[in-house]
Write a protein that binds this ligand. Sequence first.
Ligand SMILES: Cc1cc2nc3c(=O)[nH]c(=O)nc-3n(C[C@H](O)[C@H](O)[C@H](O)COP(=O)(O)OP(=O)(O)OC[C@H]3O[C@@H](n4cnc5c(N)ncnc54)[C@H](O)[C@@H]3O)c2cc1C
Length: 375
Amino acid sequence: MSKMHNVLVVGAGPAGYAIVGELTKRGVDVLWIAPDVDEPWPNAYGAWLSEVPPEFHSALAWTWASPTVGFQNELQVLDATYGRFDNELLKGLLVNTEQQAKVLIEDRRAIESDRSRAKIVVDASGFQRVFSGGRSPDPAFQTAYGILAEVDGEPIDGHDMALMDYRPIPGVEEDPATFLYAMRLGGHENPNLWFLEETVLSARPALSISRLEELLYLRLEGRGVRVMQVHEVERCVIPMGEEIPRSEAVAFGAAAGFVHPATGYSLSRTLRSAGTLADAIAGGVDDLSKVVWPKDMRRARDFQNFGLDVLLGFDAAQTRRFFESFFQLPTKKWQAYLSDQSGVSDIAATMWSQFLKVDPSLKWKLVQAGIGFIR
Ligand SMILES: Cc1cc2nc3c(=O)[nH]c(=O)nc-3n(C[C@H](O)[C@H](O)[C@H](O)COP(=O)(O)OP(=O)(O)OC[C@H]3O[C@@H](n4cnc5c(N)ncnc54)[C@H](O)[C@@H]3O)c2cc1C
């Protein structure tokens, strides 16, 4: 009979790495089912600096102190720093070679009978949720098509970073509204190297990746930007507003529904909560689901899901007007809404400020949505 392990972790994305690293630091015996443990992560990760725990700041290989957003003509500079991770640096901080040597790694996909090989099963398999299930039957999706490319021209009017450039593409009426997410990655040495991604924040049904690709090139063409050489392509599909799983396995990361309904992000929360979960496992806490999803965070999530439903009800013009007033709120307010560290009162305060700020037709939509939420 094979050995019974303390913890089995499935998945070698950021969540798998984070929890394996924290468990091994605490001397917990771990079996790691990780078919792609030595493969590069396929996604490029960005985050607000204020959301990333300080011990991981050194893995932010790029930071922008003046990110922008745009809705009509001029881009607006935000008073917050945004960063992008170097994935290999982050992996090294999460699980160093010494820690990795202490873990039994099985380089294959998980199968049903793996459940019985450890006292605790941590499902960090991302959107697959192999051991935790509970996927929403009809989720909304964030979709995006991105390129890492050398370009000739300035994609965002001489700025270095755009979080959301929602300015319309001349001659294109697209619904749902799409925006350009843009980062100059080459710095002074190679100012023409960019990551450029056309994105739909959330839509049901999803906007196709092929349409997003067309829109990206139309947008760049409209700005007189020529793509000279594409080094990498990112095709992004993120289910939004997924349910929190109820299962015997402890879901963690995207599998646990960490993806924030307003941003599609989960990495910062994963980094912040891996230590807490590892403490609870090492300390023998019984109900680990309450550690992953404390009551106040569940309540906050209900509000965030309400916000997602509101957005899904907007047409393209309303989406632009909504975000235009959102980013005119004080920085603390809009950041509280995008953060997954905020409690219900902070989220509700931002919602109220936003309600006061939007134009009457949006106000009416918000009232209708609010009535639905209360019911
Ligand atoms: C293209 C893209 C870009 C994103 N950008 C950002 C961003 O900028 N910032 C941010 O915070 N979030 C971002 N996200 C959202 C989210 O943070 C990511 O999806 C993130 O990768 C989730 O991490 P995870 O470790 O939970 O899951 P994943 O990274 O999906 O990792 C899951 C792991 O489980 C493994 N696995 C799956 N099934 C099995 C199985 N049967 N057996 C064994 N292993 C299995 C996979 O091989 C993988 O190793 C992005 C998502 C996508 C898709």
